[in-house]
Design a binder for this molecule. Sequence first.
Ligand code: DGY
Length: 341
Amino acid sequence: MRPQVFVTRQLPVPALQRLGQVCEYRIGTDRGVLEREKLLAGVQGAHGLISLLTDTVDREVLEVGAKLRIVANVAVGYNNIDVATAKERHVYVTNTPEVLTDATADLTWALILSVTRRIVESDAFLRAGKFDGWDFDMLLGSGLTGKTLGIIGYGRIGRAVARRAAGFGMNVIYCGRDDIAYRDDPQHNALMMARQNVTSPLNQSARIDGLSARRVTFNQLLERSDVISLHIPLAAATQHLLNQEAFARMKRTAYLINTARGPVVDEAALVEALQQGRLAGAGLDVYEREPEVSAPLLTMPNVVLLPHIGSATLEARTAMAMLAVENVIEVLSGRSPRTPV
Ligand code: DGY
């Protein structure tokens, strides 16, 4: 008997054709988010589950899907999956890194340019019939050349964003996973600062990937950046990483960009900071309680809001689906998955 796979939502045809070469599969829904009862019914008897970031794969799902050997998430983030329970039950969890890196980095830059050059606001201005001729100080934005881009989370997407910064003449600073996890540890921060001393053999401002990106402490990044871009996964340690205290450290002229996960930012604190002018603006692709967006954000001209489209290119979404399918086929054929989390 061929292995049974439950696919929560319709995926691109090439991916399903490939899946059909090896497995029997059923699809939960043609579009939108699959209802919980249908997810629970779908995993019964299935050996593989292909899920989306909107599917909550928790203990109940993993227990009902007692035969599951793999949960292949069609996303790089996997905060929708109870990885600990999956591990306990010897169920592989896979994600889709690499294939969406460029799409997400491009979208990050689209947001950076949109907020700093007031693109959306300018478009609305013109459509409202307010453009009655060129004017010297009409819709002035903020230039990027020579400014500092602070990248929080220096994985694949963070580095791809940094590479693009070179083209805009920006200085790049970043903090990685440890700098975030140990941000309140004085010893870690002291070591990091010692490393920044140009005469120190530990100096880490060296080129990484051909980039001149300087590693700094979390607080230094907040204090020095003109644009801050988030590229970290959502986990207990990163929930509300950008909170009232963090906003208070940022420059009043700084912009915040979030293409990672909404709950990394305390949305209420962000709204307050923007209302009080403690931040120049924000570009958001993700929200704390998606699809809900804090109402005050909708009225702010200095905020650009996108409906979680970071990886939404035809190429990236097709490649994501293909990778998830390959992971399922590998595991259900008795091999290791390509991209386990
Ligand atoms: C991901 O893959 O985690 C993205 O958020 C999907 O767009």
